[in-house]
Design a protein around this ligand. Structure first.
Ligand code: TYD
Length: 208
């Protein structure tokens, strides 16, 4: 069964789309699980606290990349691989493309090196399909400012960091044209959802 990931900058609407897709998958009686990164396991949730909680504002970029990769390794071994082996569809909110965009491009570690690290961490498990919700950084900042709670350590990075993430995602589309499907995340949620369903149906021959 396929391994599907959602990607995009902060506020690109991934969680809403995953909720809408889950509703369709349940209705079609497909067996699936949803996971999110970083986290999804007991160890991963601890690592998420280290990465996104306060108190580590001076975290080194390689420490950051390694912690995301460690959380991912645990999630792959503990949850994703067993679910795929049991014939379940796995839908993941962010996966290694986030590390390529945020740590590889935006932090400047280099996408090739971060990819190599992640291939090592995941045993080379790549998604069958990645749905990339593209939203420009200004629209993302506007959505963020409407939210009541303050941002996490990554969300609170300056504007130019988020622009580099956005550029990084554009580069990933070129690196993985077969795997990554791009959707305009600036549209209304139901329009984005229609595109998600159309792409999935076409790719896997389903009728959601
Ligand atoms: P989260 O609250 O899950 O954000 P979102 O709802 O936008 O997915 O926080 C995840 C944050 O971690 C997000 O700002 C992106 C960042 N991140 C990385 O920098 N590298 C990674 O490999 C992953 C998975 C996330």
């Amino acid at each position: 069964m396929p391994f599907i990931t959602f990607e995009g900058i902060d506020q690109s609407g991934k969680s809403t789309q995953i909720e809408l897709l889950s509703r369709d998958l349940s209705r079609a009686r497909k067996s699936f699980i949803n996971v999110r990164e970083p986290g999804g396991t007991a160890l991963g949730d601890h690592i998420r606290e280290l990465l996104l909680g306060s108190g580590h504002e001076d975290m080194d970029a390689w420490s950051e990349a390694l912690l995301y990769a460690a959380a991912r390794a645990q999630l792959v071994r503990e949850i994703i691989e067993p679910a795929l082996e049991m014939g379940k569809i796995v839908v993941c909110d962010r996966y290694l493309d986030s590390s390529l965009a945020y740590q590889g491009f935006a932090r400047g570690l280099g996408a090739e090196r971060v990819l190599e690290l992640n291939q090592w961490a995941t045993g080379g498990l790549m998604p069958d399909l990645t749905l990339l919700l593209m939203l420009d950084v200004d629209a993302s900042r506007r959505r963020l400012s409407r939210r009541a709670t303050g941002g996490d350590r990554i969300e609170n990075e300056p504007l130019d960091f988020h622009k580099r993430v956005e550029d990084g995602y554009h580069k990933l589309i070129q690196m993985f044209p077969e795997r990554i499907a791009v959707i305009d995340g600036g549209q209304a949620a139901d329009q984005v959802h229609q595109r998600v369903v159309a792409i999935i149906n076409e790719r896997f021959g389903w009728e959601l």
